[in-house]
Design a protein around this ligand. Structure first.
Ligand code: SF4
Length: 78
């Protein structure tokens, strides 16, 4: 079996992680489709939404999501 150098191993792991992140984002809804905005809508923001993933992601909307943002899928936590 071929032995990988530490550098090659880390590069392969990093490439795999990036590909996984791209695949996850591809399965999510585009920000424009849900009228995402990087600022709150009135008193509502992503930080209060059940779909928000700390520190800057969303379970259903692609890309970087600000805790101060908002979109039309906003779901208030109980
Ligand atoms: S408001 Fe929209 S973008 Fe923000 S966390 Fe909820 S579903 Fe995701």
């Amino acid at each position: 079996m071929r032995k990988l150098s530490r550098r090659a191993l880390f590069a392969a792991l990093a490439a795999g992680a990036a590909a996984t992140a791209r695949a996850e984002d591809a399965a999510k809804i585009a920000q424009a489709e849900v009228q995402y905005q990087p600022m709150p809508k009135g008193m509502f923001s992503c930080a209060q939404c059940t779909l928000f993933v700390k520190p800057n992601a969303c379970k259903v909307v692609a890309g970087s999501i600000s805790p101060s943002g908002w979109c039309k899928l906003f779901d208030m936590a109980d």
